[in-house]
Design a binder for this molecule. Structure first.
Ligand code: ADP
Ligand code: ADP
Length: 232
């Protein structure tokens, strides 16, 4: 099944002389239970693609669907609900709430959605990302790497259909990074989740089922069963 699909997706920033075509008629499928890495030079449109497919950014033309839902057909409220119900985000900037503890940050999306957390799963996620002794700390009391783990745990805790990650291991040392990637990998296998991750790191891309390469707002290559060596 297709978890998300972009069809002829075009995104133009600005107008006239300052216009930038960030995405140029991109068509791509993200299948259920597939882990995709998006790679490409800086400015090639990776973040824009991810934001548009995740329903965080508007686009200029083309279409995006999540599951069976066309994003273009949704009102803002419906789009917000869809994001809450189906999508997990791992951003580099963490987006953690400073006044909440790590544990509260992790369960916040479910609290907002009025959903009961699967305690066993949340516990498993917390252990896996190595946050067990830090749950009562606020973000300012955590290192960058620990904050990133909170962001990862938050994205996984609600068992979303799709997880979007923007350099999800960018702030982690290589060992923690490998653990998080292994966990995403497992989560795809065990829960049938779909993961879409923007990364510069060939080692990270090696955890994916496939790599989609962008250049100048277009998909220029695709690699299945990538190895870090092949991506380099
Ligand atoms: P990547 O993630 O591959 O580095 P981006 O998707 O961030 O690329 O950017 C693609 C292009 O769109 C770049 O040329 C960038 O300068 C431009 N761009 C991104 N965001 C904006 C914005 N908010 N306003 C204007 N141009 C933007
Ligand atoms: P610290 O981070 O100070 O070492 P803990 O990690 O033991 O402390 O937990 C701090 C707080 O996180 C607890 O007071 C509780 O509110 C919350 N917490 C931790 N684990 C759980 C859990 N399994 N279920 C619900 N709340 C928890």
């Amino acid at each position: 099944a297709v978890a998300a699909r972009a069809t002829e997706l075009t995104k133009v920033y600005g107008q006239g002389e300052t216009q930038v075509v960030a995405l140029d008629r991109v068509t791509v499928d993200f299948r259920q239970a597939e882990f995709t890495a998006i790679m490409g030079p800086s400015g090639s449109g990776k973040s824009t693609l991810m934001h548009c497919v995740a329903g965080l950014d508007s686009f200029s033309s083309g279409s995006v669907r999540i599951g069976d839902t066309e994003l273009g057909s949704l009102k803002d409220k419906q789009l917000t609900k869809l994001r809450r119900d189906k999508i997990g985000f791992i951003f580099q900037a963490f987006n953690l709430l400073p006044t909440l503890t790590a544990y509260e940050n992790i369960t916040l999306p479910m609290d907002i959605a009025g959903r009961k957390p699967d305690k066993q799963w949340v516990e498993q996620v917390i252990q896996m990302v190595g946050l067990s002794g830090r749950l009562g700390h606020r973000p300012s009391e955590l290192s960058g790497g620990q904050q990133q783990r909170v962001a990862v745990a938050r994205a996984l805790a609600s068992k979303p259909d799709i997880i979007f990650g923007d350099e999800p291991t960018g702030n982690l040392d290589s060992r923690s990074g490998a653990e998080v990637l292994g966990f995403l990998r497992n989560s795809v296998r065990e829960l049938g989740q779909t993961v879409v991750m923007v990364t510069h790191d060939p080692v990270a891309a090696g955890y994916a089922d496939r790599v989609v390469f962008l250049a100048d707002g277009r998909i220029v290559d695709e690699l299945h069963e990538p190895t870090a060596e092949a991506v380099l």
